[in-house]
Design a protein. Sequence first.
Length: 520
Amino acid sequence: MAAFEIGLTLALLGIYVGFLAHPIDLTGGDLGRYLKNGELFFQSSLIPSTNLYSYATPDQPFVNHSWGSGVLYFLIRRAVDFSGLSLFFIAVSVATLWLFLNLAARYGGFAMSVPLTLIVMPILITRYEIRPEMFSYLLSGCFLYILWDFREGRRSRKWLYLLPLLQILWVNLHIYFFIGILMVGVFLLDSLIGLAGKRAPHGPVQGGQSKTLMAVLLATLAASIINPAGLRGAFYPLFIRQGYEFPVIENYSVPGILYDGFQFLPLTYFLIIFSLLALSWLYVIVKDRSSFSVSRFVLALFFSGLAWWTIRNMAMFAFFALPLTAANLAGAARGRNFRWFDSTPGIAATGAAVALLLVLINPLYFFGGGRGAFGIGLKEGNLAALRFLRTEQLRGPIFNNFDVGGYLIYSLYPRERVYVDNRPEAYPAAFFAEDYFPLLVNDVQWRGALAAHRFNAIVINTRDRSAATQQFVIQRVLDADWAPVFFENNILILARRFGVNQPVVNKHELPRETVLQKSD
């Protein structure tokens, strides 16, 4: 049985790897900027605290909450290139899933953990880009593993002393470090409630347990201050969304998606996981009250609310839903009617049936062309636009759209700065409402900005299919003052005529009709 469990666990992790292994695309997302952050740190010990990458708002202060991730990414890319960075991301992701899967098997049984792992997989695979959130997934798993085992008497209190040390890493790697504080607090609450009732949910209370957790909570709070911004950085998660005016799709709520009719394919799978978690609590309340756990219940409420509030949190919810649901159903798994499912044939048959059902719900979600090619390292041709900008020495100032900012920062800073990049928190709220969006849709506003900033080049990531960006592309391509000079891999570059970039226009101008046809 042990060999079977090891083999099936490796198979589940292998499936996860298969869906995570995609070539890196620097043209969108944040990775390029994180790599530049790491480069600046090693070149000049600089951790940016103002928006120095943008010439539009260079003095805007912000909290660089993920600076440590950029340092790690830069070191790995410099040592083993982008292929090594891909493998590092996959290794961290697999280790994270193993932690949660192992918890599910330990407290809910292996037979229960297999189908539940498959059920959460469609949500987990939505986060296949290399982002600092990977560290929050891993560290939240470490916190849960240590705290849960301590609560159940499987680990000594010495293990808890690792948590403040991990918190120091977390606060410098990703803004979700507050989850570590929350988790210690939740298990402390559970311990105090058990102490008040003279017993713990799963056994006798040891008075020292609450004191230890209180000390660890205070140490974890103190550890959160150890970041470049100090107290401001520790409290930053409470304020990051203030003035966050750019409508990032990942920040939609589930009710907002349903109300707007937005097509979000993972939503069906999220609702399945959420329903199973809710039903597992109904089972505990009706059939197995003695197994009720305050800490598990609060964590279920918190991460469910987090996912309903913002769809970017669905993966975090799915990780936690795996062991929480399994533990809730542990009582049912011990029943006589479950014996066949707990056998080797039963586990294999149940896992195969669940996997088939998930695929049949929406085959294109797993195997459609939109998921991208399988592989590691940098996507083929990904640096072509940057090579063109450098080789032809295209001069700025550059006007660019939101999605492509990090890509330009990666290669062009400090020679050229961007107009905007995909950090809404690093720009004043009024910037998007009064400067950026009007430039895309209002020709009068564009002319005014052109006179003020004297743009010499435009770089657009045309994967942005918003009406405003598409309208802007058409207007500029048809504008006699601008010439399209490069269009590959969704990156469109236009140069201003009769200026410093006229030699590039003479050499590389593309037919307008071809550009408009490709951008459709």
